[in-house]
Structures are given as C-alpha cells and as structure tokens.
Ligand binder design. Structure first.
Ligand code: TYD
Length: 130
C-alpha cells in the first residue's frame, strides 16, 4: 500500500449539552478488528512506532491531547498527520512505515487493529522495509 491509501476518517459525533459521544461501528472502518490497545502516560519527547506491518491495518485516534504521525511508503513518499481530535481517526494500511512523536502532555492514543499482536507481522528496520 502507498501514501495515498492513508486516510483521515471522520467518526460520527453525537453532541448534546452533556458532552460528546462517538461510536465506531458498521462501515466506518474497512476492516473488522481483533485488538484495541492504547498508549498513555507518554513522557515528553518520547518517540514511538518506528515500524511497518506486513498484513495488519491500524486505525489511530487521539482520544486526548495530540501527537504527530510521520508516514512513509516503500517508494519513499512521505506524509505528516497531526491527530488532535477524538472524532478523527487515521487509517494506516499495511506496509506503511509510521513514527509517532510530539505527544502533548496527557495524550492518549487509541489503536484499533485488524489482528491480534504478532511480532512476526512487524518490520522494525527502515532498511528492511525499503
Ligand atoms: P512497540 O511495538 O515498541 O510499541 P509502539 O509501536 O507503540 O512503539 O511495543 C512495545 C512492547 O509492547 C513490545 O514488547 C511489544 C509489546 N506489545 C504487546 O505485547 N502487545 C501489543 O498489542 C503491542 C502493540 C505491543
């Protein structure tokens, strides 16, 4: 997959005077998910990611705060996406290199993944990826 296959997807927001509610169901994601994990208590200056997945797709949401996602495909095309709203998610197809950085204080990154955790699905070296 390539840089143009990366998408920011709007998650519907139900808003009233008690606050907002967003739900992810039906056809919002182009995959069925098997795992949810989240990054939190992230120290200032931390760098995460630094890998691509062979098969898995992931959908990232800044549930709180903000962070940058640097993306690269195997042709070397690059994209930077800043996530800072709980009702926007970043769809990262398989075979896209990603790096997460510039986390704000209190940032929480929710990740919805198409499969369970399998180290064999990771490419952790940028040279291997290219
Ligand atoms: P890592 O891939 O370095 O996290 P990130 O992509 O956010 O930088 O994973 C950190 C550790 O957690 C590593 O030992 C693998 C483990 N891990 C799991 O056990 N289950 C999971 O679902 C994930 C994503 C990671």
């Amino acid at each position: 997959m390539f840089i143009d296959d990366i998408r920011v997807i709007d998650i519907p927001k139900i808003q009233d005077n008690r606050g907002n509610l967003s739900a992810i169901e039906k056809d919002i994601l182009p995959f069925t998910f098997k795992r949810v994990y989240y990054l939190y208590d992230i120290p200032s200056g931390a760098y995460r990611g630094g890998h691509a997945h062979k098969e898995q797709l992931e959908f990232l949401i800044a549930l709180s705060g903000s962070f940058d996602v640097k993306l690269e495909d195997k042709l070397g095309n690059k994209k930077l996406v800043r996530l800072n709203r709980p009702n926007k998610g970043l769809l990262i197809p398989n075979m896209i290199w990603r790096e997460l950085e510039n986390f704000s204080s209190g940032a929480v990154c929710l990740v919805i993944a198409s499969d369970v955790y399998q180290e064999s699905d990771y490419i952790r070296g940028i040279e291997d990826f290219k």
